[in-house]
Write a protein that binds this ligand. Structure first.
Ligand SMILES: [Fe+2]
Ligand SMILES: [Fe+2]
Length: 424
């Protein structure tokens, strides 16, 4: 079972009912419990501003439909959701798969106080890859699977496992580009990531770090770095024609922590004539053209030298294929539609086109800061009666056949929507 849903309404009630709830819990509390409750009250106060900011954002962009998962890009709020979900699961306070919150149950505040304190921890230690530890060799033929923002355990994410397990031909690697909701805690990594993870004896399993994993300090994420024997949160896979490089853009949010830039320069130098494809959680640019984070600055010289041929990222929850960038020659792809429910993209500024299985893709023009492209506009049947409001989930594959690389965009059950050569 995936982690229970903690709706926006539930979180609102935790904030709004905090006073009554804490008063109920304080009745007959021991001195130690009283200290815990006081600390939790302080924790709520610290996060109130973030909560109000999120409320305003949802008012502007639309509230999530009742009973549909949501999460904020915020450490405290995500940890609070993890805590509430854990309590709901522990005492069975669930209605279908949603946590049912009762602010007057005196057990609530104490449990939240203890668990919130446990989860709000220092970050896991950073791991530095040696500058002579560059690439892992993979086969020249096969299909690499890319999933992103997939750690919800729902909305189509869970349906990808049998599809990926059934893919024909060798699969040298399956890579998650990160985000396990709400905060990548040990139980969330187990239930939303490892339980639905595709098992293939021929594949290397790889996971990139992301903001939601870092909200719990990245500790459970690094356990999977060990379990997957990937050694570090950044890595490169290489065959005769291609170098696939996974970067950690989350340990320092939307930036490259540690020696990654120097390591990347070494990897790219030894790659020679091979095509270089980057994978990261965070994006180089947004659909809006705004440039977030420091990635563009860090990689400016490599982009200008046209040494990065393609870049797949997530974090934003839609599926977008950009045209080759005029200046850098870069093919950029956003594949963050792996499992998080997102508002359906219902129009572009330049018409639409239909691809495989009747899928509709909206075209948009290039503008300063980013090239034009197409975005998947289908609805999400996994949301039942709310399907029209939410966008389709799916994943991507790269098939190598000698120097030829074919990219495919698939629905969870395996229907191929777009299939074409990445470098045509
Ligand atoms: Fe995400
Ligand atoms: Fe993210």
């Amino acid at each position: 079972m995936p982690t229970p849903i903690v709706s926006f309404e539930t979180l609102s009630r935790v904030f709004e009912g905090a006073e009554a709830s804490l008063a109920e819990s304080a009745k007959g509390a021991t001195a130690e419990d009283a200290r815990l409750l006081e600390r939790f009250e302080f924790g709520l106060q610290l996060n109130l501003e973030a909560f109000e900011r999120e409320r305003r954002r949802l008012e502007a962009e639309g509230r999530p439909a009742d009973g549909v998962m949501w999460s904020a890009d915020d450490r405290g709020l995500s940890l609070l959701q993890s805590t509430i979900a854990a309590y709901g699961a522990d005492i069975g306070a669930l209605e279908q798969d949603q946590v049912k919150y009762d602010e007057l149950d005196p057990r609530w505040a104490k449990f939240l106080a203890v668990r919130f304190g446990e989860l709000f921890r220092d970050d896991a230690p950073w791991r530095t890859r040696r500058l002579d530890d560059l690439v892992t060799t993979i086969a020249d033929e096969g299909t690499v699977v890319l999933l992103s923002d997939w750690g919800s355990g729902r909305y189509g994410a869970e349906a990808m496992r049998p599809t990926i397990e059934g893919l024909a031909g060798p699969v040298p690697a399956i890579v998650h580009l990160g985000d396990v909701y709400y905060a990548g805690t040990p139980s969330e990594m187990q239930e939303n990531f490892w339980a639905p993870w595709p098992r293939r004896a021929d594949a290397l399993d790889r996971a990139l770090n992301a903001n939601h994993e870092m909200y719990s300090g990245g500790r459970a994420y690094f356990d999977y770095v060990d379990k997957f024997r990937q050694g570090h949160s950044y890595f490169a896979l290489q065959n005769r024609h291609l170098t696939l490089i996974g970067l950690d853009t989350a340990y320092t949010d939307h930036d490259l922590h540690g020696n990654q830039l120097e390591w990347l320069e070494h990897v790219i130098r030894q790659a020679g004539e091979r095509k270089v494809i980057l994978l990261s959680h965070h994006q180089l640019f947004n659909r809006t053209g705004r440039v977030p984070g420091a990635l563009r600055m860090r990689l400016a010289s490599m982009l200008a030298a046209r040494r990065i041929d393609a870049w797949f990222w997530g974090h934003q929850h839609h599926c977008t294929l950009y045209q080759p960038d005029a200046e850098w020659g870069l093919r950029a792809r956003c594949i963050g539609h792996g499992g998080f429910p997102y508002w359906r993209v219902d129009a572009g500024d330049a018409g639409s086109e239909t691809h495989g299985h009747g899928s509709v893709w909206h075209r948009f023009e290039g503008r300063a800061g980013r090239p034009g492209g197409i975005t998947l506009g289908d609805d999400n049947p996994a949301l039942g009666s709310k399907r029209q409001r939410y966008g389709a989930t799916g994943f991507c594959t790269l098939t190598f056949d000698g120097p030829k690389i074919v990219e495919r965009y698939l629905r969870p059950a395996g229907e191929v929507l777009i299939e074409r050569e990445l470098f045509d």
